[in-house]
Design a binder for this molecule. Structure first.
Ligand code: FES
Length: 99
């Protein structure tokens, strides 16, 4: 099956910091790196919440069983963990976390 790439754009508030295309194996943090956008990380395994950002629009593969670094309140606020999640469509992402 062919993979359709998605355009991932990174913002800080209304300022666009950069953008890059998705690749099947890349988590959002890797796409941010390609776009030269710095998002802090620590555990890189979904536990600490350091890499939390806010999904403004688009879709991301959020596992039904949330990783320890995320809870349903944060998900409702658009929270996603960039170290362990992949986009499933084109996304606009604000690097400022929801809380
Ligand atoms: S870096 Fe720890 S949850 Fe992503």
């Amino acid at each position: 099956m062919s993979y359709s790439r998605h355009l991932i754009r990174f913002f800080r508030g209304s300022e666009e910091l950069g953008h890059a295309e998705s690749e099947p194996d890349l988590n959002i943090i890797d796409i941010a790196e390609i776009a030269n956008v710095e998002i802090p990380t620590n555990c890189t395994s979904g536990t600490c919440g350091t890499c939390l950002v806010r999904l403004v629009s688009g879709s991301v593969d959020i596992p039904e069983e949330l990783p320890p670094g995320l809870d349903s309140f944060l998900v409702e606020e658009g929270g996603i963990l960039t170290c362990c999640m992949k986009p499933t469509g084109s996304c606009d992402i604000d690097v400022i976390p929801p809380i």
